[in-house]
Design a protein around this ligand. Structure first.
Ligand SMILES: Nc1ccccc1C(=O)C[C@H](N)C(=O)O
Ligand SMILES: [Zn+2]
Ligand SMILES: [Zn+2]
Length: 210
């Protein structure tokens, strides 16, 4: 039996979840209740497709991009490198901030000292488009971050997303990497298969390598 440790790197979806300014609040309610005579409890949720930990579908940043149900899920499963980017200053992770990544298909960035579970942080660290280009040239197919976006919150041009699209990479956002040391892990993070979806809520985990 495998004893490889599993680390949950997902946010907990709950009513007071911080959301992107102006976006739909996360709401959860019970539509059927056992205490009211129902044989089971059943809930109902209202949310943005970018709530909590999620994967962007290409449709989010390209009008003719694939939706969450159509995109290939291979990029979301496999070996990844977690990079500790907590010391990065200047708002974006630049090429010079990267360690030697070796040969790896997936890279996740930790930018927060402690993940802000209870407040929205607007001045999060984004990823420079040149860094995306460089990672793509090294063969990286997926980039993830604990920040809520790969572009700065006030970006109107979405240059990092565009660089991701140009290289046909995939994006994970809102990961929780507080207790994760820099290094290699197995990533399993499947965005929900939402037809027409521009993103999919994701339960993301890391598993220690054998
Ligand atoms: N909810 C939004 C509303 C308006 C503009 C952006 C967002 C985002 O969620 C950005 C995002 N998480 C991203 O994929 O970069
Ligand atoms: Zn997103
Ligand atoms: Zn995004």
């Amino acid at each position: 039996m495998s004893t490889r440790r599993i680390i949950d790197i997902s946010q907990t979806l709950r009513p007071d979840l911080p959301v992107w300014p102006g976006d739909t609040e996360f709401a959860f309610e019970r539509s059927w209740r056992m205490e009211e005579g129902s044989p089971v409890n059943v809930g109902r949720m209202t949310m943005s497709t970018h709530s909590g930990t999620h994967g962007d579908a290409p449709l989010h940043y390209a009008a003719d991009g694939l939706d969450a149900a159509s995109m290939d899920i291979t990029p979301y499963v496999g070996e990844c490198l977690v990079i500790d980017a907590r010391a990065v200053t200047g708002g974006t992770i630049d090429i010079g901030d990267l360690p030697d990544i070796g040969h790896i298909d997936r890279v996740l960035f930790r930018t927060f000292e402690r993940f802000p579970h209870d407040e929205w942080v607007s001045d999060f660290t984004a990823i420079a488009p040149e860094t995306i280009d460089w990672l793509a040239a090294q063969g990286v197919r997926l980039v993830g971050t604990d920040a809520p976006s790969v572009d700065p919150q006030d970006s109107k041009t979405m240059n990092a997303h565009k660089a991701v699209h140009a290289a046909d990479m995939r994006i994970l956002e809102g990961l929780v990497l507080d207790d994760v040391e820099e290094g290699r892990y197995e990533l399993i993070a499947l965005p929900l298969k939402i037809g027409g979806g521009d993103a999919g809520l994701t339960r993301a985990i890391l598993r220690e390598l054998a």
